[in-house]
Design a protein around this ligand. Structure first.
Ligand SMILES: Cc1cc2nc3c(=O)[nH]c(=O)nc-3n(C[C@H](O)[C@H](O)[C@H](O)COP(=O)(O)OP(=O)(O)OC[C@H]3O[C@@H](n4cnc5c(N)ncnc54)[C@H](O)[C@@H]3O)c2cc1C
Length: 483
């Protein structure tokens, strides 16, 4: 199948960055926008699913850094719409560390191990900062290398599980997202009521971007062809590292090298539903840790009683190698392993989980991981290059955020930044064309040939007057989109 149409801007991806980018463009008068989304839903890595009688968040569940000096814009959106949030503080998790026989480590031992791990992380950071090479004899380990199960567990929490020093709000982020898109639709509609033409196509997997000085041709897996003056690409760093999207001509070397330098973190929340609660609840018990000789083996646990009282759901977080291993096996095997761990902690009498949900972010070809992870000491140039446009293709997404990569607010702010950069480019182009037409008009009048019309001079930016409507095509219903 082959169809063709031309838009001022095509945004690839309907995650938080794509939507915030569209909002800014629409507010600034770019009326002819098309969003192409590969999956059958909006939200990207904010993704709710029904499980065990409630709606659980498979992706972003936390608004990080709440209570810090600068306000988190996602928190502001949540507050504005009065969304239900649930406060969590996992700083006490280190005092709920279970060994394999179900005993909780004495708080003194846990505190010492924690201090040791923090000191060693700081020391390592200083070494990296000063580029100082530590002289370690062949085969010997650094004195700080975690060895015992408790040290491995704490090392995992420190390095693989985000330790936001501030209080955290746990929130139904999909709801935030829906409000954002509702806001986006209404705002843009009101902003330019006479010339709004927003189109979102779901299930459109972009496979090729052919770009030149004149525009970008976008080809999808189903053979649809779209033309645009500009493209904003919000696909994740994992997708950029994969071969899902082919660029013609290929991206320059500085760009591909930067993309390769950024690590992809895999972070998996596995949900388990039980017939009844058998874990301790109450203050400071929301999070608990399992210390095993294998680093990251079902280490970090959370009960959902605070968020969903009576749901009898536990969540265990796996990362990177363990995430990939679990993604590759059946859910029944994962359930067996998780039950083994829970029996170690709470005894053999506990009930077996009645249901399990294992998200597969790594094997999802529209994600290829959970979020970007720049090396701790990395050249700022890497993120600058990842963000930089190539011709008429602009890049956005959490991985392009210099300060908040890996977070929803990083994606949200990146979408705004990218749109502003694109708007500046469009305005520059308009100014250049205006001056060209100013010079050409007298010549054309003299030769008696056609005079350029206003819409031609802005090169299809506003090709023609479009109907006053908000148009959402594909499988997305109006109510779903704006609720
Ligand atoms: C398990 C997990 C837990 C997380 N926890 C938190 C948290 O607690 N707090 C927090 O702030 N952040 C968290 N994050 C990170 C947060 O979810 C992301 O940073 C943010 O949602 C990324 O938004 P984005 O718009 O950059 O990308 P995405 O949401 O990935 O949007 C990109 C969109 O592009 C689409 N796409 C990709 N390729 C194509 C293509 N070829 N054609 C068309 N469309 C395409 C994708 O389907 C996707 O919808 C978590 C992420 C995960 C996975």
């Amino acid at each position: 199948m082959d169809s063709s149409s031309r838009s001022a801007v095509i945004i690839i991806g309907a995650g938080v960055s794509g939507i915030s980018a569209a909002k800014v463009l629409a507010e600034n008068g770019i009326a002819d926008l098309l969003i192409l989304e590969a999956s059958d839903r909006i939200g990207g890595r904010i993704r709710k699913e029904s499980f065990g009688g409630v709606s659980v968040e498979l992706g972003a569940g936390w608004i990080a850094g709440v209570g810090g000096k600068a306000s988190n814009p996602v928190w502001e959106i949540a507050a504005k719409f009065g969304l239900r949030t649930c406060f969590s503080d996992y700083s006490n998790a280190r005092y709920n560390i279970y060994d394999r026989s179900g005993k909780i480590f004495p708080s003194g031992i846990a505190a010492d191990s924690y201090k040791k791990a923090v000191d060693s992380a700081i020391q390592r950071l200083r070494e990296l900062e000063s580029d100082c090479v530590v002289d370690v004899p062949n085969g010997a380990e650094l004195p700080s290398t975690p060895k015992t199960p408790i040290e491995l567990a704490i090392d995992f929490i420190l390095h693989d599980f985000e330790m936001a020093g501030n209080c955290l709000g746990l929130l139904l982020l999909t709801v935030v997202f829906k409000h954002m898109s509702s806001n986006y639709s209404r705002d843009s509609y009101n902003y330019n009521a006479e010339h709004v033409f927003l189109c979102m196509d779901l299930g459109q997997v972009v496979r090729e971007l052919q770009h030149s000085r004149n525009g970008v041709t976008v080809q999808t897996e189903d053979g649809f062809v779209y033309e645009a003056n500009y493209v904003i690409l919000s696909a994740s760093i994992g997708v950029l590292q994969s071969d899902l999207i082919c660029f013609r001509p290929p991206l320059p070397r500085w760009k591909t090298e930067a993309i390769e330098k950024c690590d992809v973190m895999v972070y998996t929340k596995i949900f388990l539903k039980f017939p009844y609660k058998f874990w301790p609840c109450g203050p400071d018990k929301e999070f608990f840790i399992y210390a095993h000789e294998r680093r990251g083996y079902y280490t970090f646990w959370q009960h959902m009683e605070n968020a969903y009282p009576g749901s009898n759901i536990l969540v265990v977080t796996l990362t990177n190698g363990e995430s990939k291993r679990v993604e590759a096996q059946s859910d029944a095997e994962t359930l067996k392993e998780a039950m083994g761990v829970l029996c170690d902690m709470f005894g053999p009498e506990i009930p077996t989980a009645t249901d399990i949900l294992v998200p597969r972010w790594w094997n999802n070809r529209f994600q290829r991981g959970s979020y970007s992870n720049y090396p701790i000491i990395s050249d700022n140039q890497v993120v600058i290059d990842i963000k930089a446009p190539v011709g008429r293709i602009f890049f956005t997404g959490e991985h392009t955020s210099e300060r908040f990569n890996g977070y929803v607010h990083g994606g949200y702010l990146a979408g705004i930044d990218t749109s502003k950069a694109l708007l500046a480019e469009i305005r520059k182009y308009e100014r250049e064309n205006e001056s060209k037409s100013f010079l050409l008009d007298p010549l054309l009048a003299l030769t008696g040939s056609l005079t350029l019309s206003q819409s031609d001079t802005v090169s299809g930016l506003q090709k023609c007057d479009v109907p006053t409507q908000l148009y959402l095509s594909g499988k997305l219903g109006i109510t779903e989109a704006i609720l």
